[in-house]
Design a protein. Sequence first.
Length: 166
Amino acid sequence: MFDRANDPELFRSIFDQTQVLRKPMRGIIAGYHVLPYILVGPPEEQAQRSVEIRGKIRVSPRLVLAPGRHSQTYGELFHDAEVMDQALVARVFSFLYASRHQVSLEHEDLKITRSDRDPQAQIQRVLDELMRREIIDTGLILCPRVRFYPVSIDRFITEILDEEFR
């Protein structure tokens, strides 16, 4: 039997269907920091209900990878000075993951709750809460399948990075 949990087409579909409804008002800063998010989506077995996941993505400072202190630059190394920079810059994004969404979970960096509201009603409730509390640093994500929520978080990170490097 084919295991859909490892199907790249399924992951691509979830990535494409994920809607980032709200991004933090501030971007990624130079140092180590946190990007809070709220993700809402239907559980596998009941599309009229929702699961809400509140978490934090920890972002490392920039990691600069240079080929050597007094040696070639990457542009010289790869014979393409126009495209390759002198140093490659990377960041590490990390977040907690819970494989079981059937339970309620509360932790400093991850909180999973189930709701009788449909996902759209839950999204509206969260938007109202964020506006009422004047929270501007939290992203809001509508996930098509909560079981695969790390794929939707990847979409969220990708959209933030796209804005950072424009």
